[in-house]
Design a protein around this ligand. Structure first.
Ligand SMILES: [Zn+2]
Length: 426
């Protein structure tokens, strides 16, 4: 049975169960649960799921399978929390052929394209994403539709639309710019009012547009501080696109919560991030060789490829140093979570790169699960497998805490107690 058939069946099952009454109870049995704290794994485990949440988790010897529970036999597999990807633009449009094909895309077309990417994310084992700036609030509509069961996709934490300054990253025709503390504060509040729980600011230049140098600090300290103050007063967090050590230094002092990409970060600013608990979302996959076929596929123009190549080596070095310095790292790709890369998905390839850059497999697994949950301030609900938390569970056929490549074979995906992918051996 191919993936498409499976998706159809689960859509039908979902419709049926939505019409049912009491919360369904299921139990995943026979698998080994990976311990994210590095302790020995829980063998022959039972995870009891009631409705959307984990009701109980323990060894088969002391955890009973409730009568009438639907049993999922996952013998021989390893269970981990659903993967998280903290840098996803479902409405992503990149320069070249891709942009030409999507020129004039209507809101309806955009919404459907985003919904397809959200379904594919679940198939890739990704049960939570953060959208640090997307298009026309499509991801906020998608989040609502997913919550209502009208669409299937990960939990979405969104920044609404990214805030750009005149001439900076994101410069293109018909873009709204915000300049000065007042305009940026107002713009941040507008995003929060639309449903954003993060605010995204472009504080240095970037790869995908030629607005300003990637290593330059383009947004002023006053502007950054104004956004952070406005966001934090509403309980929202701030993500800053930054390739620049100078811009990052200013952002960390201003209390920005996460730095995106960090292409040219140096040891001095990384130490400051570590000291302040500032998060780094590396999106390393974008600048490394694994994504070359992707950029060819979307018909990237030469100037774009050159700009990308110009950051590759230093981006890699910055990631290595961030790992050495113990900076908080949460996985993000800046590609669709399911985007094919090097025989796997962007999400998994990103995690593999973390190991190649110096993380242990367990650290990389944490960067894809509990660490993003901590960054989101949602670790009481998601990011690990424990009673009371959402039943966002993935099964793989090896222990990813020993070999991160285990993530290449996603056998089972459950989100909120519902199975969206089941490739368990029958
Ligand atoms: Zn991005």
């Amino acid at each position: 049975m191919n993936r498409f058939c499976i998706a159809i069946i689960f859509t039908c099952l979902a419709t049926l169960s939505a019409a049912g009454e009491s919360a369904p109870v299921s139990a995943i049995v026979g698998a080994t649960v990976v311990d994210l704290e590095g302790k020995s794994p829980l063998e022959n485990a039972v995870i009891v799921v009631e409705g959307e949440r984990i009701k109980a988790i323990g060894s088969a010897a002391d955890t009973a399978v409730p009568a009438g529970a639907e049993v999922v036999d996952a013998s021989g597999t390893w269970l981990i929390p659903g993967l998280m990807n903290m840098h996803v633009h479902y409405g992503l449009v990149l320069p070249g052929k891709m942009a030409a094909e999507l020129a004039g895309e209507s809101e309806a077309e955009l919404a459907l394209r985003m919904a397809a990417a959200a379904r594919a994310s679940l198939q890739a084992g990704v049960t939570t994403i953060r959208a640090p700036g997307d298009q026309r609030h499509g991801e906020l509509a998608l989040k609502k539709a997913i919550a209502k069961g009208q669409a299937h996709g990960p939990r979405i934490f969104s920044a609404g639309e990214a805030l750009a300054i005149t001439g900076g990253h994101g410069s293109k025709a018909n873009t709204t710019y915000h300049d000065g503390p007042y305009e940026l504060m107002k713009a941040a509040r507008l995003q929060i009012s639309a449903g954003a729980s993060w605010v995204k600011i472009m504080i240095s230049g970037g790869i995908a547009t030629d607005g300003g140098g990637i290593a330059e600090a383009l947004m002023t300290p006053e502007e950054i501080r104004a956004v952070v103050d406005a966001a934090h007063r509403f309980g929202a967090k701030v993500a800053a696109h930054s390739g620049s050590p100078v811009a990052t230094d200013i952002a960390v002092d201003a209390g920005v919560d996460s730095i995106e990409h960090g292409y040219f970060l140096d040891r001095k600013v990384l130490r400051k991030m570590r000291k302040n608990g500032t998060w780094l979302v590396p999106t390393i996959v974008v600048s490394q060789p694994a994504t070359q076929p992707f950029f060819e596929r979307i018909g990237s123009p030469l100037w774009y490829l050159k700009r990308r190549d110009s950051v590759g080596k230093q981006h890699w070095r910055a990631l290595q140093m961030a790992i050495e310095e113990g900076v908080n790292i949460a996985l993000g790709t800046d590609q669709l979570p399911s985007e094919p890369n090097d025989g796997t998905t962007a999400t998994v390839r990103e995690a593999q790169y973390y190991v190649e850059a110096g993380m242990t497999p367990l650290q990389a697994l944490r960067a894809a699960t509990i660490e993003p949950a901590r960054m989101l301030g949602a670790d009481d609900e998601i990011g690990s497998l424990a009673a009371g938390k959402f039943a966002d569970i993935v099964a793989v056929d090896k222990d990813p805490a020993v070999d991160i490549k285990a993530l290449r074979n996603i056998l089972l995906v459950m989100k909120g107690g519902r199975v969206y992918r089941n490739h368990l051996p029958q």
